[in-house]
Design a protein around this ligand. Structure first.
Ligand code: FE
Ligand code: FE
Ligand code: ZN
Length: 279
């Protein structure tokens, strides 16, 4: 099965996202756990979430991917920011108990001058204080482009975080690989995705890879910029995406678009990607 979806707005409610995804040919979707613009989104009702879960089951969807807000920074040197991030993430994870198989993606964070090692310790200690062995959701560290003091642009850094997570909850931690970010970080995913995935396997282990963010990049390999481009219009290109989505290592994973598109545009990209997929 080719699981392909895109980023949708949660503002119309949960069931609405499922219906919207289905209407554009998607069989999964991503959403922000809070609206990024700070608009007051109402807390979802249990009924709405239940309707979504029923709808997704009927349609054979892959689990949705909840994306933490960009304002969180688990690696911050400011203890109050780490504390705020921790409380907010714990609350969101408890909410995801209602969605079977839910995935929760977050940016590892920026160390803002403290150094990568200190940042990595903060991230792992935050995870150790919120993860529970019996929880439903899997928490995903996103691979980053490496702009500013971002942690997680090297697979080795993600491996170090995972290694510091307590063994009893380590099974709740995975990785979401963003194609724009890894290309910006210097991994040649456009021309050699097999090589990148085997490097991922060597450093982290492919069993940790649970989701792919499918984005083209406005900038060349190694640019460390993080500017997403529409599929085929950037430096990864259609040939690159054809190679990526058909790679044996990842073809059964869910793919989520985060390109600069409206919902109709996402529908066109999904249709295009389906033509590139060989089954
Ligand atoms: Fe992200
Ligand atoms: Fe991403
Ligand atoms: Zn990005």
């Amino acid at each position: 099965m080719f699981y392909i979806g895109c980023h949708l707005s949660v503002s119309g409610g949960y069931e609405h996202m499922g219906i919207e995804a289905d209407s554009i040919g998607a069989n999964t979707f991503q959403y922000f756990t809070k609206n990024p613009r700070g608009s007051k989104s109402k807390d979802p009702t249990p009924e709405d979430v239940h309707s979504l879960v029923t709808f997704m089951k009927e349609k054979g969807f892959a689990p949705p991917l909840a994306h933490a807000p960009y304002t969180y920074n688990p690696a911050s040197k400011d203890e109050s920011i780490r504390e705020y991030t921790k409380e907010a993430m714990a609350k969101e994870l408890s909410f995801l108990e209602a969605i079977p198989g839910a995935l929760y993606n977050f940016h590892p964070g920026c160390h803002v001058g403290q150094g990568t090692d200190v940042g990595i310790k903060h991230i792992a200690s935050l995870l150790n204080s919120i993860l529970r062995p019996e929880q439903n959701a899997t928490v995903l560290l996103e691979t980053m482009a490496g702009k500013g003091s971002e942690i997680g642009s090297r697979f080795e850094e993600l491996r170090e975080i995972i290694d510091l997570v307590d063994i009893g909850v380590r099974g709740k931690v995975g990785v979401c690989l963003d194609t724009c970010h890894v290309s910006d970080a210097g991994y040649d995913i456009a021309s050699d995705p097999e090589g990148v995935f085997s490097e991922f396997d060597r450093v982290i282990g492919l069993e940790r890879l649970r989701a792919i963010h499918l984005n083209d990049s406005k900038n060349p390999l190694g640019a460390h910029k993080d500017r997403h481009e529409k599929i085929g219009d950037g430096y990864i290109g259609l040939d690159g995406f054809k190679r990526i989505i058909n790679c044996e290592a990842v073809r059964s994973l869910p793919f989520y678009l985060e390109t600069p598109c409206d919902v109709e545009g996402y529908g066109r990209e999904i249709a295009l990607l389906k033509t590139l997929r060989t089954d």
